[in-house]
Ligand binder design. Structure first.
Ligand code: S3P
Length: 423
């Protein structure tokens, strides 16, 4: 995929639906009674993996002009799959569905692509086993393929060592099949889409500080869901709008849930001209984002902010390389276990562009403002790496050649079309 420099981005864009929310809408719709309608669903490969898994467990899911229809069968309505559930590249599918499968009265096997087979699953195997689940990594390496034999589950309180919405959601979903109230405490609050959406479907979930608790055996009722624009997808256009000279772009109806919107805070700390318009606070909060070209300066990104922008760090690292001064990213060791090792991959690829960057155990240090040029970039088939460097390629001199650039289909199939939609 070859990317060339652009100038003067002007126009309006609606980014695709939020990936995390799209996954959850299908999963909870499948476990609810009646037909759930999902509009602005993300038709990316990851969410399609979730759909395919639930179809294999007897759930009818239809793509219509108005959105996706999920014909739910209730908490105990799934049927035993006759083949392996293919989770593709999707960590969210794997970890959330495992919580559901642990409490079924059948056995299932989960497997996915080469990347998913390296992602750590002990983080869910440990709490699920404490709940009485029978879940094993078939190769004994703590990764997929996973074999799950459904069991009667016990309620637990779990102190999660990581601030991970996937771990939290896995335990809460298993808690629906437990014998009492299940709760999870995390070191920092991670995205709370599961809590918000399960409440909307009728579950009793309470949240206090960094602890979420769920009552077992909720009766979930079908709902209509409009998925907000994905702030993780908006991030690429926020960066492009800020860094491309003479730009003014409006991103419509983007999700700004505070557990996800850390990028907005950091952009402001970097000196961004970014305005929220048309804010709505009904369920998942949304706003239109107005972005104008800005001179950016370095900042520090750390602590409780990290889970609120974890998927945006590749883009923020590119922004930091174009900004004046030093940016320090710390407490972000989770980056090493994403779709690729995002610390190593960002450092390697930004160096190829001429950036002054150094990797650390839990983040990176970037001395911005060095002249950057196009390079051959290895995406490691990680969609967020490919998109971050595509944006970099529209700003720097020379041509950017992104190897494996088609992997953007995981979360943003029309990304390159949208990137060139402003000219
Ligand atoms: C997600 C949670 C995050 C994020 C991932 C989606 C989710 O992962 O990186 O892209 O939908 O719950 P962790 O919860 O493992 O940090």
């Amino acid at each position: 995929m070859e990317i060339k420099k652009q100038t003067g981005l002007r126009g309006t864009l609606t980014v695709p639906g939020d990936k995390s929310i799209s996954h959850r809408a299908v999963m909870f719709g499948a476990l609810a009674k009646g037909t759930t309608k999902i509009s602005h669903f993300l038709e990316g490969a990851d969410c399609l993996s979730t759909i395919s898994c639930f179809r294999k467990m007897g759930i009818e899911i239809e793509h219509t002009k108005e959105g996706i229809l999920v014909r739910g069968k209730g908490l105990h309505g799934l049927i035993s799959p006759t083949e392996t559930l293919d989770v593709g590249n999707s960590g969210t599918t794997t970890r959330l569905i495992s919580g559901i499968l642990a409490g079924q009265d059948f056995s299932s096997r989960l497997d996915g692509d080469d990347s998913i087979r390296t992602r750590p699953m002990n983080r869910i195997i440990t709490p699920l086993t404490l709940m009485g689940a029978d879940i094993t990594s078939q190769k004994g390496n703590g990764c997929a393929p996973l074999m799950i034999h459904g069991k009667n589950l016990h309620a637990i309180h779990y102190d999660s060592p990581v601030a991970s919405a996937q771990v939290k959601s896995c335990v809460l979903l298993a808690g629906m099949y437990g014998d009492g109230i299940t709760s999870v405490t995390e070191p920092f609050l991670s995205r709370n889409h599961t809590e918000i959406m399960l409440n909307y479907f009728g579950a009793e979930i309470t949240s206090e500080n960094t602890t979420a608790s769920i009552k077992p055996e909720p009766v979930l009722e079908a709902r209509e869901i409009t998925v907000p624009g994905d702030i993780s997808s908006a991030a690429y256009f926020i960066a492009a709008g800020l860094l491309t000279p003479d730009s003014e772009i409006l991103l419509k109806n983007v999700g700004i849930n505070p557990t996800r919107a850390g990028i907005l805070k950091i952009c402001r700390a970097m000196g961004a001209d970014l305005t929220l318009l048309n804010e709505k606070h009904d369920g998942e909060p949304t706003a239109d984002l107005l972005i104008r070209t800005s001179s950016l300066k370095g900042t520090v990104i750390e602590g409780a902010d990290i889970p609120t922008l974890i998927d945006e760090i590749p883009m923020l690292a590119v922004m930091a390389a174009f900004a004046e001064g030093t940016t320090v990213i710390r407490d972000a060791q989770e980056l090493k276990v994403k779709e690729s090792d995002r610390i190593a991959v960002m450092v390697d690829n930004l160096k190829r562009m001429g950036a002054d960057i150094e990797g650390t155990d839990d983040g990176m240090i970037i001395h911005g403002g060095k002249p950057l040029h196009g390079a051959v970039i290895d995406s490691h088939l990680d969609h967020r790496i490919a998109m971050s460097f595509a944006v970099a390629g529209t700003i720097c001199e020379g041509t950017m050649d992104i190897r494996g650039g088609e992997c953007v289909n995981i979360s943003y199939p029309d990304f390159y079309k949208d990137l060139y939609s402003f000219v």
